[in-house]
Design a protein around this ligand. Structure first.
Ligand code: FEO
Length: 170
């Protein structure tokens, strides 16, 4: 059975993933309201991914024979300065998530729980991808964000993102 320290860490991470989903839904709603339907789509897909992460971690806690602890999910901000501001906040948020994923990996090592370590390593890799994707969009926004033509094209580009369930067989 999984140790209490790891159950607590995973439970807190479930909360963070659900908060992430909530945050990205709030950002999707803001983008919708400001007329950026493609960007809204990108955030909506991101919200679905985060929900899948939270549920995946929940299932893992249960599978390992422990009871997850459910805490309150914080309300996300609902207004932003604009598209650039949202992506600045996404990057900061994902960097924070990376920190907590790394903390779980360190704890799993300390507790000599190789199964947990193996499980969390998927998320270590996932965070590299997530941060890289967001950094790429943010760099473009920083360089060209004042050009309406660029924003129009970015909105079209992000409209094509589709949700692919990261764990289709679970
Ligand atoms: Fe599930 Fe974006 O971390």
């Amino acid at each position: 059975m999984i140790k209490n320290t790891l159950t607590k860490a995973f439970s807190d991470q479930v909360n963070k993933e659900l908060y992430s989903s909530y945050l990205y839904l709030a950002m999707s709603a803001f983008a919708e309201q400001t007329g950026y339907k493609g960007i809204a789509n990108w955030f909506f897909v991101q919200a679905q991914e985060e929900m899948a992460h939270g549920i995946h971690m929940y299932q893992y806690i249960v599978e390992r024979g422990a009871a997850p602890a459910f805490g309150e999910i914080e309300a996300p901000p609902t207004t932003f300065e604009g598209i650039h501001d949202m992506f600045v906040k996404v990057l900061a948020h994902e960097q924070d998530v990376t920190e907590s994923i790394n903390t779980i990996a360190t704890l799993a090592m300390k507790e000599n729980d190789h199964a947990c370590y193996n499980f969390i390593m998927w998320y270590v890799d996932e965070q590299i991808e997530e941060e890289a994707g967001v950094k790429d969009i943010l760099a473009k926004l920083t360089n060209f964000g004042s050009d309406p033509g660029f924003l129009y094209n970015l909105d079209n580009e992000l409209a094509s993102r589709v949700f692919v369930h990261p764990f289709p067989n679970r």
